[in-house]
Design a protein around this ligand. Sequence first.
Ligand code: NAD
Ligand code: ZN
Length: 369
Amino acid sequence: MIKNNVICQGNTTIMKKITTDTYDVLFGIEAYNLLGNFLREKDYSKIFIITDSNCHEYCVPRFLAHLPTQIPFEIIEVDNGESSKTIETCISIWQVLTELGADRKSVIINVGGGVITDLGGFIASTFKRGIDHIQIPTSLLGMVDASIGGKTGIDLDGIKNQIGTFTSPKMVVIDAEYLETLESRELRAGYAEMLKHALIYDVNYWNVLKDTANIDFNDLESLIYHSVFIKNEIVTQDPEEKGIRKCLNFGHTLGHGLESYFLYNNDKELLLHGEAVAIGIILESYLSWRKGSIDENIYKDIKSVILSIFPKVILSAEDINGVKEWLKHDKKSIKNIVQFVLLKGIGGFELNQHVDGQLIDDAFEDYLR
Ligand SMILES: NC(=O)c1ccc[n+]([C@@H]2O[C@H](COP(=O)([O-])OP(=O)(O)OC[C@H]3O[C@@H](n4cnc5c(N)ncnc54)[C@H](O)[C@@H]3O)[C@@H](O)[C@H]2O)c1
Ligand SMILES: [Zn+2]
């Protein structure tokens, strides 16, 4: 029996799930049995597990231990980190798939963070014009955001997600136990996307998340569920980002600029996607305040909550100019004008907002103050 997206047996809840238009997101250990049934029904010829070096060590053993299937499988491992989200990695994987005899009845199962779910989803959507894929996100960011909504992609010359497709997975399994081996810095990075979901869509959720002293970071499953629910609600209304889905880019216009700038400068320390988004959320909240769509005290609250979680990153004038250069590549730009998503109160947003270069400088200045 399915009640409100929760599968029940008698009075006992045995599994949570969220149904999208084309696939299910299944939560918890019971999900593996449904995945096993699904693989059997589909009668796949072979499973190709795409993973990275960390997830191969920490997550693939758990995944295989729980997966009931007789279908033969191969494991394809790439280096961990954003630098693997490139066409060079794709070429190697397409070649390996070919050598290992992958056919159109093969299925790709991505076991990893957002880099692996984006990369592996892209490989699956292009190999032999598209084969099935399943997402097993293992980072918090992968669970709450990257594995949901069917965006796949890779970076090109440092430009984030420049090449990609909209291709839904056949299933997403969210098993929060994987988070036990995730570094705390990575856990925090995933939290940035959850804060984004709250700020654009749900003021009550924001009030829960901002109170970090009361969050049990060892038991995030219900919060993960809520973030997936919000993301799915938005994506379902606009799967190919013609309108409302753009709101999920809040914090990402300047966030992606920062991420690309740090990624492309070898002398810069690593800045994780979620960390760049956290700064982007502060900067774009400042822009929202200055453009009159949120009050100053709301901006100050957002800034202080985020700075209590994410240490401030020192940026020079040269860095800020460098980040602004990357804005030219923002995918939301129309006729070379960058389009921002700004907040409209907490829990609301405005799309396609234009912002002066001077205001962006002011935002950085206020962030660094
Ligand atoms: N497609 C989308 O809609 C979407 C949405 C948001 C973000 N993204 C993309 O997601 C990527 C960021 O994802 P991420 O933050 O998960 O990065 P990531 O995939 O690099 O994972 C972070 C790090 O944690 C390690 N790791 C993952 N799970 C682990 C586990 N359980 N135990 C130990 N180590 C583990 C990985 O090896 C990696 O070193 C970016 O490329 C971003 O563009 C995509
Ligand atoms: Zn993101």
